[in-house]
Write a protein that binds this ligand. Structure first.
Ligand code: NAD
Ligand code: ZN
Length: 382
């Protein structure tokens, strides 16, 4: 089968690899019809993780079931399914609590938790930027779609990761109707966090970024754009809130946060959030931070290379804020968000800028990685 293969920093190729197949009785085999490139793929693409060369990318996957293992009883051949990026067993202590993001049995390293398709340090599972995908524990992991699945794939595929992840950021931030919420990062995840805050009835949502095209998209869905290249976001938000700050906020950038000139500083957005949110506000951090970053071109100081990020903890404590972090438990939200799409109440495909064939992946990775104008979200059809 054809697949997008990691060849080393900033290099992917589309080539033939052995077909994915059923390996366990509980597996599904899915013919992938839609698969996205994610900001998380870029950390690996840039060589900023331990992702091994030769592995297949792709954790945002949707497709048609073409074969089921003998122990699969719910999911049927011919059904369209969207797969959470988390690979989970459904029966460990974490999964039983709904924390499929930290499943204990699908992660082979005993002291780690959580698994995903085509991801560094999250198990051996091949990605779905390919013609076929093996889905472990298919009955548990696959979310079945209705009759509109085929024609609305660009909406439903967002259920694999960024829509639930953006929603999770607003859950950790405890966004409620009427809240004033700030979102750092207007990439695909930030767009989904802003969209989720509005779905929940937030009264005002600010989207902070320095990319004008992404700010314009956030404005189109009703957020207030704040260009961090031109203004200090915290000052803008405090000015608009009697000096108090937003009720709560989300971090959707991660450890590669940088100033508009490109100089990386992993504390930028966290400190921006602590400053922009008022006392006792909740902060939801879904941007990725890692325990080590040896490959960072600007692992400028020893601390950041070891994953130590100096944040204004004194101010955070003084303000009585709380912070939620980590990978999103997609399964916790994907069914309800699917029904919002099916019921015409949500259209997350607004974020899609490019729909391409798998063969165009190398060019698309390059454009998305460069954050080139207009490249907000790439959807591929293998
Ligand atoms: P992206 O890289 O396309 O978007 C990040 C955005 O942040 C860009 O638009 C960039 O201009 C902006 N940015 C950079 N520095 C900034 C700063 N100092 N202030 C404001 N904005 C700044 O990526 P994405 O796909 O939107 O993903 C965002 C983050 O979420 C990544 O770290 C990704 O790995 C992570 N992620 C986490 C989960 C999870 O489960 N927790 C799931 C998916 C993605
Ligand atoms: Zn993703």
């Amino acid at each position: 089968m054809k697949a997008v293969v990691y060849e080393g920093p900033r290099k992917v190729s589309v080539k033939d690899v052995p077909d994915a197949r059923i390996e366990e009785p509980t597996d599904l085999l899915v013919r992938i019809t839609t698969t996205n490139i994610c900001g998380s793929d870029l950390h690996m693409y840039e060589g900023r993780t331990s992702f091994e060369t030769g592995r297949v990318f792709g954790h945002e996957n949707l497709g048609e079931v073409v074969e089921v293992g003998p122990a699969v009883s719910k999911v049927k051949v011919g059904e369209y399914v969207v797969l959470p990026f988390n690979v989970a067993c459904g029966h460990c202590k974490q999964c039983e609590k709904g924390l499929t993001n930290y499943c204990l049995t699908m992660q082979p390293v005993p002291e780690l938790a959580g698994a995903a398709y085509g991801f560094a340090d999250m198990g051996p599972y091949q990605g779905g930027q390919a013609e076929l995908l093996r889905v472990p524990y298919g009955d548990f992991n696959a979310l079945r779609l209705g009759e509109d699945a085929e024609e609305r794939q660009t909406d439903y595929v967002m259920l694999a990761d960024i829509f639930p992840t953006g929603y999770h950021a607003t859950e950790m931030a405890q966004v409620k109707p009427g809240d004033q919420t700030v979102i750092f990062g207007a990439g695909p995840v930030g767009q989904m966090a802003a969209y989720s805050a509005m779905l929940k009835g937030a009264s005002r949502v600010w989207a902070v970024d320095h990319q004008p095209d992404r700010l314009a998209l956030a404005e189109k869905i009703g957020a207030i754009p704040v260009n961090s290249a031109e203004v200090n976001p915290s000052e803008v938000i405090k000015d608009a809130t009697l000096g108090l700050g937003a009720d709560n906020g989300c971090e959707c950038v991660g450890y590669q946060a940088h100033d508009p000139q490109g100089h990386e500083d992993a504390s930028l957005t966290l400190n921006g959030l602590i400053d922009a949110v008022r006392f006792t506000g909740h902060l939801g951090v879904v941007g990725v931070f890692l325990p080590e970053d040896p490959g960072g071109k600007e692992a400028q100081n020893e601390l950041e290379a070891q994953g130590k990020v100096p944040i204004d903890f004194g101010m955070m404590w003084f303000k009585g804020q709380t912070m939620g972090t980590g990978q999103a438990p997609v399964k916790k939200y994907n069914r309800a968000l699917r029904d919002l799409i099916a019921g015409d109440k949500a259209r997350p495909s607004f974020v899609v800028s490019h729909e391409i064939d798998l063969a165009q992946a190398p060019d698309a990775y390059n454009n998305f990685d460069e954050r080139n104008d207009g490249w907000t979200k790439v959807v591929m059809h293998p």
